[in-house]
Every structure is written in C-alpha cells, then in structure tokens.
Design a binder for this molecule. Structure first.
Ligand code: GLC
Length: 624
C-alpha cells in the first residue's frame, strides 16, 4: 500500500461520493447489458439471458399450477432449527434462514454447502419443484461461518467515506456466501443511528442519511449490477424499514417520534437509493412510528414503499416480529397474521408457529379478510426473485467458490477497509510510531481478542470474547508490522519508563440488538480505566486505541492521553490498525457520528446546536 496511491484519493465531500456511487451504478450496470438501457426505478432491466418478459411469463405459468397452499407456503421463511428439509418441502415453505450463529456442526463452509443442498434437494423433490431461498445475516462478511473473512462493522465503513470500497466488500462477501449455497443476506442495514445509546449503532454507516445512502453501494456489491446477473449474485436486503435508528432514547425496537417530513428526510432517504440500485428485498423494522408498529403500517408499506417508491421486491418481516402486534409475543393470532399481510408483508420470518401461521392465513383468505389478490402479489414477488436469481437453473451451492472463503485476497481487502476506517482523534506528536526504534508496551482488554475486535454478529448472534475464529488480533498486527520488541500484558503489569511508548487497546465487549442498549452510560469499563492509569503512572506516552461499536464517553479522560485512535470494530484483520499506528497508511478516516462531550448530550447529531467533543466528519492525518 503506497502512500502515493492513497494520498491521491481526495477526501471527497459526500455529495461527490454519492455522485460517484451513481457513476459506479451506471457504468457498472451499463457494462454487461450495454445493449439495453437500465432503469432502476424498482424495475429490472432486460437481461440477455432472461429478458423480463420471460421471468414474468415463467411466474405466470408456474402460478397457474399452484394451489392456495402452495402460494401460502411461499410466504413463510422458517429458521433451520425449526423445520427439517422434509418438513420444509412438505409444507411447501418458500424460504429458510439461519438466525445469528445458527450453523451446522461442524461449522465449516463445506458443511454449510451440504446443509443448503439438503434443503434445496428436498424442495426440488416436490411436484412443482420450487427451490427455496436461504437467508443469513452476512452483515460484515459471512460472519456465521468459522474461517470467513470478517470485515469492519458498518460504523467503521462509514468512517472510510469510500462507497466503492464498500461495494467491493459486498462483492467479496457475496462470493463467500454463494460458495455455501446461501442466496440472500439480510444486509445492508441502512439505519441512520441518531442516538448512541442504541445497541445497533455499529450496524449503521452513520448519523446522516447521506452516509447511509452512499454506502448502499454494498447492495450493488452483493447483487452485481443487476440481481442474478453474475453467478455470485446474492439478494441484498435494505433494513430495517423505517426509522429503526431514530427511536426515542435509542431504545431498540422502540418508538420513533418524528413528523412525516423528518421521517422521510432522515430515515426514508436511504431506501430511495437502495431501490434505485435494485435491492431485492426490504426488511421491516420491529420499531414503531409515533406509536404505530411498522409491521402493520399499511400507509408506510403499501402506499409509500410499494406505491410511491415503486418497490417490487420482497417485503420481509423481522424475526417473529408479527407475534408482537397484539402486545403478547408468545402467541400468534389470526388478527396479527391478517394485519401484517394486508399491510404489505410478503414473507414472514418465523422461528416457531409456522403451521399456525399457514392455518390462520388460509382461513383469513377463505373468509375474504385477506384478498386473494394480496396472496398473488406476495407469491409473484417471491417467485420473481427466485427466477431472477436463476435458482431453477442453478439451485445448488457453488462449491467452486469455496476457496474464496477467508482467502488472502479477501483478507487484504478487509485490511484495507480497516486502514481506511481508523479515525485519528488526538495526536500529541507520538504517532506514527517508527517501526525500528520503539520499545513498545501493549495492554488493554481488546488488544489480543479477535472476538472483542469483531463485535456482535460474529460466529454467534451476540458475538463473544476469545479466539472465536481465524484472524489477526490488533496485538498480532502490531508485532507483525513492528521491527522492535513488543511487550504485552493485558492489565499493564510490568510497565516502566524503559519503554518508548505504551498502547492501550480498550473499548467494548461484543453485543447485538437490544442487549447493546446503554441507557445508563457509555464510559469505559473500570478494567480499561485502571489499565490506562497504570500505563500513565510510568510516565511514558500513552496511545489509546478504542475498539468499540460507537463513540464512548471519554471527554474527562482524553486530556491525559497522548493519542487517541478510534478503531470501531475492525473484524479479523487487526493488522490494518497497526498499519496506521506505524504510518504504513496515513489515517484518512472521518467521524461518521458526532462524538459526545458528555453522555447527557445524547442524542447528539450534526447541526443540533450541541457542543461536541469531536464533530461529525472530524479526523486527523499525520500531515496535520
Ligand atoms: C434479528 C434482527 C434482524 C436480523 C433477523 C434475522 O432480530 O433484527 O436484523 O436480520 O433477526 O437474524
């Protein structure tokens, strides 16, 4: 990685970035289908190999042979743990998912491909032979699979301000996902995180709609210029529709209290871009808008998403989300089924009650309370994606791609993303470290822990500390890049003034969703604070590297630190952090979130008149 190459990369203002994203879209889209113009207003262009007319005709022809039960089955997405391949086939279920961490045993790419093929062959062995769609949360790489490349979480990708890099990450992830057969990722989250107390802040590209819109380039990475155009094409999901990042207090699955104008300006805008890019599915949010649950919101789904925005893909529920509509998560009522389906949900994600769902829905249709036209629309949307993805022609895992899982090429891409995501917030002349002369001391809870530096949605739903998958910890990266001796002790035991500098890698432990909500504070842990204090007592310069899923409340401490680098959640390629620390890469990252001066300021966002510690867009380089 030569400086010159990166030096030339101008720090683009977002509009230019967004413009570039559109350029990427147009050139990308025009290249393979030069003969046809491409309209991404919710309609797919005519591919040479299956012009739209053939997809429509094939859907019509297949639907003419489908019973009501066949159609209702296509509207169910069931977790693999709840239904075997034979039960999925028997109930004509249209889709299967692995929830976070739901992996075969052993958790290897080959075992994933075998599992996928078992579901697929059972589905094909039915009278109509309709293949299933298999979905996973590949949100920062194929993160449920051991050995897969784990990229930085979205908050770090937002700091790169580089949509083309994010598109490439989508494309690399699609290869690893397609290798295991999986056709669908529930990514990207286009949430605009407005309150750092929210447990899903790290799943957001940042606090502005412009950033989420620009990074929707990941959709083009996952899907290709058009869905199904390339063999590695997998279906992307724009989520969670709409306003998930704007809830009061940052409460996960909470209530977004905004005027319609503000909801549209802040939270709806990224979905426009996603639909322009031809995103194949949209996942509805658990949250509410002004007290009304999104999962039964006819106006926002039928009128706005499908009508005004012209979305013609699959509207998918979140996990058992319709169970919540009557206020009692433990039961699934006919009313909940009717209200969600009539509001425009096309496919319902369930880990239980799938037969109850089918029975409720069949009775609602037979009674006329759910129109047959609604069922036909939902079925048509699901089948259209299956034909566009060419599942009928190529239903099985693409095992020739298995060598891409965790490949050196993908890990190098991830390392570049780590480099570009680092945001230098303070530097009292101690960085960059020179690789030859420094006698370094490294400490901190996140220095040598691949699980901590990867965060939630890694191998398991919540993620976990420890050696959970293959990769390079930040400490290992420092040892690799540095030519000098590097001493490590998690708590700083043994530090003294013989060292040239001390690096404390601190921050958050893994979490996901509501388990990451922090309504009571975002300060560093006592363990981290005492480690930093111990390093400071030696008198050597202290560099703090903060591996966290969001800004933390450090204003009262940072004055004592000689440098501060926000690393976010870098994933498996910790070497990218060392590349910045040693000046192999001059930091170019810019804050995707306003950094609070105090916790009491939350929510704090660009332009709200509050005085931040560091503003949105802030970031130092070594030239500063
Ligand atoms: C989770 C999340 C959603 C995820 C889904 C499947 O509850 O809200 O983002 O895609 O369930 O794991």
């Amino acid at each position: 990685m030569s400086h010159r190459a990166t030096g030339r990369r101008l720090r683009r203002s977002l509009p230019a970035v967004a413009g570039m994203a559109v350029v990427t879209l147009l050139t990308g889209a025009l290249a393979p289908a030069a003969a046809h113009t491409t309209h991404h207003h919710g309609h797919h262009d005519h591919h040479p190999h299956h012009p739209r007319s053939s997809v429509t005709e094939r859907v019509d022809e297949l639907m003419s042979r489908m019973s009501l039960q066949d159609k209702l089955g296509q509207m169910v997405q069931i977790t693999r743990g709840a239904a075997s391949p034979s039960e999925v086939a028997e109930l004509r279920i249209g889709s299967v998912l692995s929830g976070g961490g739901s992996a075969p045993s052993p958790n290897t790419p080959e075992a994933w491909a075998d599992m996928y093929d078992r579901y697929q062959s059972a589905a094909l062995d039915t009278p109509l032979g309709i293949p299933v769609l298999y979905g996973v949360d590949a949100v920062h790489g194929h993160n449920n699979v051991r050995g897969a490349t784990i990229f930085p979480h979205n908050i770090g990708l937002g700091a790169t301000r580089n949509p083309e890099l994010v598109r490439r990450i989508g494309a690399a992830t699609a290869e690893e996902v397609a290798a295991t057969g999986v056709d669908w990722t529930f990514s990207p989250c286009l949430c605009v995180a407005r309150d750092d107390r929210w447990g899903r802040t790290y799943e957001s590209f940042g606090e502005t709609p412009e950033l989420a819109s620009a990074m929707s380039s990941e959709i083009t990475g996952y899907q290709g210029a058009t869905l199904g155009g390339d063999p590695t094409s997998i279906m992307a999901t724009a989520k969670h529709y709409v306003g998930d990042g704007g809830t009061t207090g940052g409460v996960d699955q909470g209530n977004t209290q905004l005027s319609e104008q503000e909801l549209r300006r802040i939270h709806l805008a990224p979905f426009h871009e996603a639909i322009e890019r031809g995103v194949g599915s949209v996942m509805v949010s658990y949250s509410s808008w002004n007290g009304d649950k999104l999962h039964e919101h006819e106006y926002l789904i039928n009128d706005v998403l499908k009508g005004e925005l012209g979305f013609d893909g699959i509207v998918l529920s979140d996990y058992n989300a319709i169970h919540q509509l009557d206020g009692d998560d433990s039961t699934l009522t006919a009313s909940e089924v009717r209200r969600s389906v009539n509001a425009g949900l096309d496919m319902i994600m369930l880990s239980k009650d799938h037969e109850k769902f089918l029975n409720h829905l069949r009775r609602e249709v037979e009674s006329g309370r759910v129109p047959m036209q609604r069922i036909n629309d939902a079925t048509r949307r699901v089948l259209t994606k299956k034909f566009e993805l060419r599942l009928f022609e190529h239903p099985y895992a693409q095992r020739d791609l298995l060598s891409t899982v965790g490949s050196a090429e993908h890990r190098e891409l991830a390392r570049q993303a780590v480099r570009e995501s680092q945001v230098l917030l303070k530097n009292e002349g101690v960085l960059p470290l020179s690789s030859g002369t420094d006698n370094l001391f490294v400490a901190g809870s996140n220095a040598d822990d691949i699980g901590n530096q990867s965060g939630g949605w890694t191998i398991s739903w919540q993620g976990s500390s420890g050696d959970i998958t293959e990769g390079t910890t930040i400490l290992e990266g420092i040892r690799e890049v540095s030519d000098s001796s590097v001493t490590y002790n998690r708590h700083g035991e043994g530090i003294n003034d013989s060292y040239d500098a001390a690096i404390a890698v601190v921050g958050e432990k893994p979490y996901a969703e509501y388990q990451g909500d922090r309504p009571n504070g975002l300060e560093l842990s006592q363990e981290d604070l005492s480690t930093i204090a111990k390093l400071r007592s030696s008198g050597v310069p202290v560099i703090v590297v903060l591996a966290s899923g969001r800004p933390m409340d450090i204003a009262s401490e940072v004055g004592n630190w000689d440098a501060l680098l926000a690393s976010w959640l870098p994933g498996t390629q910790g070497g990218g952090v060392a590349d910045v620390l040693f000046g192999k890469y001059d930091p170019t990252g810019e804050l995707p979130m306003t950094w609070m001066r105090s916790f009491e300021q939350q929510p704090i966002n660009q332009g709200d008149g509050k005085d931040p510690l560091y503003p949105y867009g802030y970031g130092l380089s070594y030239r500063d």
